[in-house]
Each structure stands twice: as C-alpha cells, then as structure tokens.
Design a protein around this ligand. Structure first.
Ligand code: IMP
Ligand code: MG
Length: 311
C-alpha cells in the first residue's frame, strides 16, 4: 500500500468519521502535538530519526453503528504514509490490551485493506534500550539467558548463504556493503564463503538520541555506479535502518541491489523491505554476540544469545 497517500481514495462514506490531521512530521511544518502519552512522543522522534513520515491520529474508523449513530469507534495513533501502515501504541495493562486486540480484530474485519500494527510499551522501551535510553537501561545489563544459535549452527548457515550468493552472481564482481559495527563477524565469515571476486565496503550511521535524524558518519569509499551491490546486515528488526540505507544505496546507481541479513526478527517489522538472503528467522528477543552488542558489550561472543529480560 506504499504510496497510497490519497486518503480520499479510500474513504467510504458512512464507515468512518473525518478529522483534520493533528500533525504531520517530520519537516518544518510540524505543529506541536498533544500526544496522549510520552511513549507516543518518543515513537514520533524515532520515526523522525529514520526519516519516516507520520501523521498523528489522522483518521477514525467506526467499528459499530446503529443506523446513523456510531456506537464504537477507533482512532489509530499513527499513520505512516510511506509505508502504508497504521500504528497503534498501547501502554495499557494486560486486561485492557485484550479489549484493544478485539477492536483491532473488528477493524481488520471491517477494513481488510487497512494495514495496522500494534506496538506495546515494551517494544518502545526495547527500541530505546538499543540506543542506551529508557527504563530497560536503568535496570542494568542483565546477562545472558540462553544460547539461541551456536557457533557451529551459524558457520553452517553462513557457508550455505555464501554458496547461494556465489551461484546467483555468475561471472560478476559484486560489492558487499556492510553497516558497522554489528556486521563485522558476519561479513568476515560470509565473504570467505563467496567464491567470486568481491569488493567490500563499510558505512557507519549515527545512533538515535545523538542526532535528530540519521546521519552517515562513515560514507562509502567505493563507487557503486553500475555495480551489483549486496547489502549485508547483521539483523533486521523494525526495518527502518534498512529502509533508510536502501534508499541511500539506490541513489548511487547500482546495477542491482539486494540484501543479505543473518537474522530476521520478522515479528517486529515496521518498514517491510524484501530481503533476498536470510540466515535465520529469530524470535522477538534482544540478541547479542557474533557482532551484536548490548551497549557495546557481548560483540565478541562466538555464538548468538538471548539477553535476559529484567526480572
Ligand atoms: P532496525 O532499524 O530496527 O531494523 O534495526 C537494525 C539495527 O538495530 C541492527 O543493525 C542492529 O544494529 C540493531 N539491533 C536490532 N535488534 C537487535 C538485537 O536484538 N540485538 C542487537 N542489536 C540489534
Ligand atoms: Mg491512542
């Protein structure tokens, strides 16, 4: 549904109530938004950081009507026009979450064309923790819960990925582009299993909280024009980093552009970009090791482990 920004084309008279958008961001036209909860403001800042446009509560849906009277309605918190996605943030207790899930189910039944995702407060906290903020960080680094993928499992899969990539680019000289620093172990192993003459380049980007928008802190050294580019990622979580970087890389005029990600945390996807090569689909847990860090620790573990949640 990306690009379907013309709300009017989707309006079905009688099924919804119109409202003026309360705010649109990012950009110079942003007006102060009366966010109901600080998590919403934080989420808006994260979207701004990745350059993902958002509208706050732009549209209400009638869930139940009696004649002309609307008995129940639902106003998702955000709409992300570039992604064609509504986001409902919930900061509620479990009992109320169940009620909200019911509302979402009814919304999906009545408007199957609507793409909506429910984010919990813990999702926002985990996003923040990645950058060293929020309540999870104050709880301190909690240690490992268990090993998710052993060193052997990783090596076997990386070998398979390397072989597949070698088959898919016959006679080519692809450029592998990695984003520092999480990708170091994966890149080092993957490139050694590709039996083609490859070039390797790295980029670095600023972290959320240090800047108000993604900034490239180390740019490409190679010219990608006309090259077959394979972007190598450690883990795709919300997909917002990948979404940003793919736009950047395609602006360099590559002959082709594909993605190889060791780990895919599908359940948390917000920006849904297609990933050609995936090592492992992983559960919605915070992972460390084999290059992945929690506040710059654990990168040197030879396996991938799950960080224990705070008790
Ligand atoms: P995304 O933009 O939400 O997809 O996040 C991508 C980046 O966040 C990755 O390249 C990692 O650096 C980091 N990240 C996401 N999930 C994890 C995790 O479970 N452990 C460590 N880093 C993560
Ligand atoms: Mg709300």
């Amino acid at each position: 549904m990306a690009g379907e920004q013309g709300e009017s084309s989707r309006r079905e008279p009688g099924n919804e109530l119109e409202q003026e958008p309360k705010a649109v961001g990012p950009g110079p036209t942003v007006v102060p938004v009366p966010f109901v909860h600080p998590s919403e403001a934080e989420f808006a800042r994260i979207l701004d950081f990745y350059g993902v446009r958002w509208e706050y509560e732009p549209r209400s849906f009638a869930l139940q009507k009696q004649g002309d009277r609307v008995l129940e309605m639902f106003t998702p918190d955000f709409y992300l026009p570039d992604l064609g996605l509504y986001i409902e943030l919930t900061t509620l207790r479990q009992s109320l979450v169940t009620e909200k899930n019911g509302k979402l189910r009814r919304l999906r039944e009545l408007h199957p064309e609507i793409n909506i995702k429910l984010l919990y407060r813990k999702d926002i906290h985990r996003l923040l923790a990645r950058y060293g903020f929020g309540p999870l960080v104050q709880a301190g680094a909690p240690g490992l819960q268990k090993v998710l993928l052993s060193g052997d499992q990783i090596q076997k899969r990386v070998f398979e990925l390397g072989s597949k990539i070698s088959e898919d680019y016959p006679g080519q000289r692809p450029v592998l582009v990695g984003v520092l620093r999480g990708v170091i172990c994966f890149m080092a192993d993957l490139m050694r299993h590709i039996s083609l003459p490859v070039s390797v380049d790295f980029m670095s980007i600023s972290y959320y909280g240090h800047q108000s928008a993604v900034r490239i802190t180390k740019d490409l050294d190679l010219d990608l024009a006309g090259r077959h580019v394979l972007m190598v990622e450690d883990i795709v979580d919300t997909g917002m980093t990948l979404n940003y970087l793919l736009q950047y890389l395609s602006s360099k005029g590559p002959a082709s552009l594909e993605v190889c990600a060791l780990l895919d945390k599908r359940a948390r996807r917000i920006a849904d970009t297609s990933i050609k090569y995936v090592g492992f689909e992983v559960p919605d847990e915070f992972l460390v090791g084999y290059g992945l860090d929690y506040m710059e620790e654990y990168r040197n573990l030879p396996f991938i482990g799950i960080l224990r949640p705070k008790s």
